[in-house]
Design a protein around this ligand. Structure first.
Ligand code: COA
Length: 206
């Protein structure tokens, strides 16, 4: 595989440290840039969610030159606090994108666009219609980022206690829609040994 190619594959438990490192680097970048998102009070929650998603098989990693340089999760089930107002039949017409992070030394290459284009392909392959996501309610800049990439605002929800979250701006993009991007992710399988390690029947790591 040539050095300029970017691949995407399901994350395995062996990738958890790399995924958490991406998260921590993003937290630092957000703080350095005065963006109130993924602040320290969410740390424990975030580690729990990322760990569950890696172990549950919904987290993906993007690799370049043998290194994990980005991650995102794609869930078939919606977060009911955000999408529960939709009828169940409509909830099931989408895949839900979350926790998208690009390593800072790869930022600006449109890897985010490439991940969203890949995710739209998965939406179509799953016979679904929409790619959906939620964004922090007060982060206009990030909302604009998604709107400029074809997402339509579907409403803003404030989950009821005990859930504490600043997220709730909801967007969706048609799975048939892609945006221009110099990078096309090549989807690959994890290696056979990683697949075995990921199989809950053969492994109970962490
Ligand atoms: C969003 C992200 C994956 C996009 O990666 P990318 O394709 O390499 O694109 P960039 O990093 O150049 O970001 C695109 C623009 O969005 C802005 N942006 C990225 N994350 C942002 C955030 N959380 N809040 C506000 N603006 C953000 C960038 O500053 C950049 O703005 P610019 O075009 O004016 O320079 C990456 O920026 C990232 O990891 N951000 C931090 C984590 C995050 O917020 N993820 C989304 C969670 S819903």
């Amino acid at each position: 595989m040539s050095d300029d190619q970017y691949t995407i594959r399901p994350a395995t438990p062996d990738d958890l440290d790399a995924v958490l490192a991406l998260r921590r680097e993003a937290e630092q970048w957000l703080a350095d840039n005065g963006i109130r998102q993924w602040t320290a009070d969410y740390d424990e929650y975030a580690v729990g969610v990322l760990t569950a998603w890696v172990e549950g098989g919904s987290a993906w990693v993007v690799e370049h030159d043998g290194q994990v340089v980005a991650t995102a999760s794609l869930n078939a089930e919606p977060d009911p606090d955000f999408w529960g107002w939709l009828q169940i039949a409509h909830e099931a017409t989408a895949l839900y994108l979350g926790k998208m992070i690009v390593r800072r030394d790869h930022a600006g290459l449109k890897l985010g666009d490439a991940i969203m284009n890949w995710a739209c392909g998965r939406v179509k392959a799953a016979g679904r219609t929409w790619l959906r996501l939620d964004v922090r309610r007060d982060n206009r800049r990030l909302q604009h980022y998604y709107v400029s990439r074809g997402f339509r605002w579907m409403g803003t929800r404030v989950p009821l206690p005990p859930r504490v979250t600043e997220s709730g701006w909801l967007g969706q993009r048609n799975g048939g829609q892609t945006t221009q991007c110099p990078i096309t992710l090549i989807e690959i399988e994890p290696s056979p040994s990683a697949r075995r390690a990921r199989d809950p029947a053969t492994s109970r790591r962490r």
